[in-house]
Design a protein around this ligand. Structure first.
Ligand SMILES: *Cc1c(COP(=O)(O)O)cnc(C)c1O
Length: 232
């Protein structure tokens, strides 16, 4: 097997080059798309390798697993993002340990994160997760309730509303992927019409980040294309 450090370095190099290429192709400003390494079920060692290769943003889905990793990697200035489903009894730990939460989908969770964010921490950056493909099983708030939740979040001083996140149904078709992602730009425009400015669209994973960048992604969340198949 090839050295893990080299493999991860090569993968990151390739993905960062693709991101730069897609920014050009789709007339996005150079450097407008940030790469978040989705490291759930990936080892502490692999995260350290990715950091050594220049990656600083990491996303985790499970609170216990994430806190274990944070402790083991606390010598590194990593920016930790929570991207998983939020269980109500885990909001305190999330509010204490993360810089960003991408998966806020209810008023209740927003209010808990706000109340539990330590006052000596900067406001917690949040994205509202939107169920753009109307899937019953999917997390996220329905499109027609986003404005309401955005209004609530704006009034919570320990939260900073940054944008929208979505995980669309997995289509194989590029054009269909783009149509799904495009819904977030439509919502962003509705928010703007109501005086709400956001700067983040958190969309795109290993298999669909080109379509996401074409539709305005500012953060792509990529796991397996960096680290390989998930293990733990
Ligand atoms: C796991 C995960 C990703 C990354 O998925 P890959 O297909 O491995 O790139 C992105 N976003 C969320 C919310 C995830 O849970």
């Amino acid at each position: 097997m090839q050295n893990i450090q080299q493999t991860i370095e090569r993968n990151l190099f390739r993905i960062n080059n693709l991101i730069a290429e897609y920014e050009q192709t789709y007339q996005r400003p150079s450097g407008s798309v940030r790469l978040l390494a989705a490291s759930k079920a990936q080892s502490i060692k692999k995260i350290r390798c990715a950091f050594n290769a220049g990656q600083t943003l990491f996303g985790e889905n499970y609170v216990q697993e994430a806190i274990k990793k944070m402790l083991a990697l606390n010598d590194l200035p990593i920016e930790w993002h929570f991207i998983g489903r939020i269980q109500r009894n885990k909001t305190k730990k999330i509010a204490e340990h993360f810089s960003w939460v991408h998966s806020v989908a209810t008023t209740d969770i927003a209010e808990r994160l706000n109340a539990q964010r330590p006052i000596d921490h900067p406001p917690l950056n949040i994205c509202i997760e939107v169920n753009i493909s109307h899937e019953e099983t999917k997390a996220g708030i329905a499109i027609n309730h986003v404005l309401e939740l955005a209004d609530v979040c704006l009034r919570l001083p320990q939260l900073k509303l940054r944008g929208l996140m979505a995980i669309p149904a997995p289509f194989v078709d590029f054009a269909q992927n783009r149509r799904e992602f495009h819904k977030l730009q439509v919502i962003q425009n509705v928010l703007r019409d109501h005086g709400i400015e956001i700067d983040t669209l958190s969309i795109g994973m290993s298999h669909d980040f080109e379509a996401a960048i074409a539709e305005g992604a500012t953060i792509v969340r990529i796991g397996t294309a960096i680290f390989g198949a998930r293990r733990e």
